[in-house]
Design a protein around this ligand. Structure first.
Ligand SMILES: *Cc1c(COP(=O)(O)O)cnc(C)c1O
Length: 357
């Protein structure tokens, strides 16, 4: 099997050794002669998986005491709804920074609950930058941000200082760099961008932030239900949690978040340097806001598209076609993508310039 350089935006590349361990566990888990996916989630073997996954999140992100770590279902898209249900008071209001498609969807869900203030938006320039210097209303119940904008290739390099509770969708950059969890009342992230297979969503919840809305929250949408049930109020997505645990263990064994942050910076520098210096390409995101996870770029000369596409496909590169809202190309460089894959893309870009420049 020849090597494929997998730049998929999500679901995305996972470490090869994790895939191997996961496939073994599907056949024979812990030498039980049973599959991971055919045993009770309340068995001691699976409870150990859940405990370990939560402990790894806590350790890797330095989560302070007073926070609960949950692995739930529904994707980050259900998180968009859980946020106002659990955090917007009756008659209250919420503040959102609108930095892209996902941020807009989060904002839309809150609209049914009360007043929603869009404190800043980068829609005027097709979301190619992160707004700065905006007012955060101190009487809003929370401020919601999307730390990495998967589609547009922008990323908050500085987390806004907020006097009101801060909530973040970190789906596409969680575990890619260090964060100060104590700045947030709640963080949520779908697994499939940087942590594991689709099927579970990580929530990191400050316990004292809940129970303030006066709302009747449907049982399954009430984060308190899942804190009390230790992520096992109902059957959890066992496979996705198991593979996420393996990926977090892989991250820890290799040096943790500070280690991967350095590698991710090297990968991003390598690719952005080529985009900036190669006359055939133009980066679409504002330089200071460029994402280290998803790099978006277009061709200077669209008529050479077929030629470039042929070249990267021949080099074993996969998954760099841009999102339909931006066009062009998007190279996603999540944790498990080796720097050699970025080098392979850069080599093709250089070769393309030599041939057609
Ligand atoms: C992919 C993505 C989502 C949507 O996640 P689902 O798990 O598919 O609901 C939300 N936010 C961001 C930033 C994403 O990248």
């Amino acid at each position: 099997m020849s090597k494929v350089h997998n730049f998929s935006a999500g679901p995305c590349i996972l470490p090869q050794e994790v895939l191997k361990q996961a496939s073994d566990a599907v056949i024979n888990f812990n030498n039980l002669n049973l599959s991971l996916i055919e045993i009770s989630h309340r068995s001691k073997d699976f409870i150990a998986v859940m405990d370990k996954a939560q402990a790894l999140v806590k350790e890797l992100l330095n989560v302070p005491d007073g926070y609960s770590i949950l692995f739930l279902q529904g994707g980050a898209s259900l998180g968009f709804l859980e946020v106002p249900y659990n955090y917007m008071k009756i008659g209250g209001k919420a503040a959102y920074v609108n930095t892209g498609v996902w941020a807009s969807k989060a904002l839309k869900e809150a609209k049914g609950f009360g007043e929603v203030i869009e404190v800043a938006s980068s829609k005027d320039k097709n979301f190619n930058y992160i707004p700065k210097n905006y007012q955060i209303p101190i009487d809003a119940d929370y401020l919601h941000i999307t730390t990495n904008n998967t589609i547009f290739g922008t990323q908050f390099k500085n987390i806004p200082i907020s006097r009101i509770p801060l909530i973040a969708d970190m789906s596409s950059d969680i575990f890619s760099k260090q964060v100060n969890v104590s700045q947030f009342d709640m963080i949520y992230a779908g697994a499939q961008k940087n942590m594991g297979p689709a099927g579970t969503t990580l929530y990191i919840v400050k316990d004292s932030s809940l129970g303030k809305t006066g709302r009747n929250i449907p049982t399954m949408l009430d984060l308190a239900t899942h804190i009390k049930g230790e992520s096992m109020f109902n059957t959890p997505p066992v496979f996705s949690i198991y593979v996420s645990m393996l990926t977090l263990q892989w991250l820890k064994d290799n040096g943790g978040v500070s280690w991967i942050e350095g590698i991710n910076q090297q990968k991003a520098d390598l690719l952005y340097n080529e985009i900036d210096n190669n006359p055939m390409f133009v980066g679409t995101a504002n330089k200071v806001d460029r994402s280290n996870m998803n790099s978006t770029f277009i061709l200077n000369n669209e008529s050479l598209k077929d030629e470039f596409d042929k070249m990267w496909k021949a080099a074993g590169i996969s998954g760099i076609v841009g999102h339909r809202d931006v066009g062009g190309y998007r190279a996603s460089m999540y944790n498990a993508l080796p720097i050699e894959s970025v080098q392979a893309l850069v080599d093709v870009m250089k070769e393309f310039a030599v041939k057609f420049g």
